[in-house]
Each structure stands twice: as structure tokens, then as C-alpha cells.
Design a protein around this ligand. Structure first.
Ligand code: SAM
Length: 198
């Protein structure tokens, strides 16, 4: 698939207000993936397949991405996009809720995990994600700084955002102090965490 076609998928997603990875976050992850050439990637939150298609370029020969999406409409659009991109043989779309799908996957297999789904669930996904990651595997979690809002006092942010901020603070606390992880918080895009499994 050429660059223009990938750009078309991105533009359509943006027009439809589907939240997809930000350009600067993608740049950083792409550089990293290019360096490590992962064999197995897990993505939680496919949306329409944009990030999975972008990541698939950096897989090792014979590598594969498993990507999980629970929304039927998005699953259908992602399938079309993956087909258009000619990546059906390397991107496996797993349909359903990540909390139900992850326990069915084999342990210690992923070199790289991109967690980009319902923010409040990150903390619940973590034990399964850790089970699925290889030693020295890397977990990147997107949107952890909530467009910078998380740095603000809780009294400044809107009430409806407070719960999600509280959950994200809890997640950051857990991920930073987890005995199996070495974590950095990187202020690019909406903020990511980058954790290596010890
Ligand atoms: N990674 C995509 C990209 O950058 O192109 C964007 C993913 S979008 C931010 C988050 C997606 O996660 C949504 O499409 C949503 O339906 C899905 N999602 C949220 N919670 C989920 C869950 N528990 N299991 C599976 N998918 C989930």
C-alpha cells in the first residue's frame, strides 16, 4: 500500500472523529519498531486499523500483529482497510472485548504491546498484558496525560473528566511501581508510558 492510501485511511478516520494515533506518537513508535523489528505485536484497540497498518511495515520477516477491537462497525471498516492495504496475512483482527480475548492467547509471546483502548480499563488489562509479554518486551500505553489535563489540579478539570483522570492516575501509579516493569512517562502526543518487562 502506498503512502497516499494510508493517508486516505487516516483522513477518513479523522473526518469520522475516530480517535487514532497522533502523528508525533506514531513517529516515535515507528522509529522504535524499526530498530527492534518485532516478531509479534499485540494491539488493544484497532479502531479502523490505521495504527496496525502503520506498525505492520516494521515487522520482522514472518512477523504478525494481533489486534483486538470490540465495536462491530469499526471491525468491519478495519477489515476493509487491512484488505486494501494488502496486510491480511500479517494483521490478525481479533473481534471482541480484550478482557475476554486476552486470556485465550498464549503466554510470553509478544515483543511489543500497544494499549490504546478504553482508558479506564488499562489497569484491569495490565495483568493479562504482562502474562502475554515476553521478557524484555515493551508495552506502550497511549493517552496517559489526557492532552495535558492530568497535570492540572483536579479542581480545574470538568467534573465528567475527573473520574477518568483519577483512573489514569491510578494506572500510572501502578505501572510506575510495578515490580515486573521499568516504566518511563514520555510527554509526546497525549502522553505515553513506555514500560519494559523485566
Ligand atoms: N489504535 C487505533 C489507531 O491508532 O488507529 C485507535 C484505537 S481507538 C483510540 C480505541 C478503540 O478501542 C476503539 O475503537 C474502541 O472501540 C476499542 N476498545 C475500547 N475498549 C475495548 C475493549 N475492552 N476491547 C476491545 N476494544 C476496545
Amino acid at each position: 500500500m502506498n503512502k497516499q492510501e494510508i493517508e486516505n485511511i487516516k483522513q477518513k478516520a479523522l473526518e469520522e472523529h475516530i480517535p487514532i494515533i497522533m502523528d508525533d506518537t506514531l513517529d516515535v513508535i515507528a522509529k522504535y519498531l524499526k530498530e527492534i523489528e518485532p516478531k509479534r505485536i499485540l494491539e488493544i484497540g484497532t479502531a479502523v486499523g490505521y495504527s496496525a497498518i502503520c506498525f505492520s511495515e516494521f515487522l520482522e520477516h514472518n512477523g504478525r500483529i494481533d489486534t483486538i477491537e470490540r465495536d462491530n462497525e469499526r471491525v468491519n471498516e478495519a477489515k476493509e482497510n487491512i484488505k486494501k492495504a494488502g496486510r491480511e496475512n500479517v494483521i490478525k483482527l481479533l473481534e471482541g472485548d480484550a478482557m475476554e480475548i486476552m486470556p485465550t492467547l498464549e503466554r510470553d509471546q509478544f515483543d511489543f504491546v500497544f494499549m490504546d483502548a478504553a482508558k479506564a480499563q488499562y489497569i484491569h488489562f495490565l495483568p493479562e498484558v504482562l502474562r502475554l509479554m515476553k521478557k524484555d518486551g515493551v508495552l506502550i500505553t497511549d493517552n496517559v496525560l489526557q492532552e495535558g489535563d492530568l497535570i492540572q489540579s483536579k479542581y480545574v478539570v470538568r467534573r465528567r473528566d475527573r473520574t477518568i483522570h483519577k483512573r489514569m492516575r491510578e494506572y500510572l501509579e501502578v505501572v510506575k511501581n510495578h515490580p515486573q516493569l521499568e516504566t518511563s512517562i514520555v510527554p509526546i502526543g497525549d502522553g505515553i508510558t513506555m514500560s519494559v518487562k523485566k
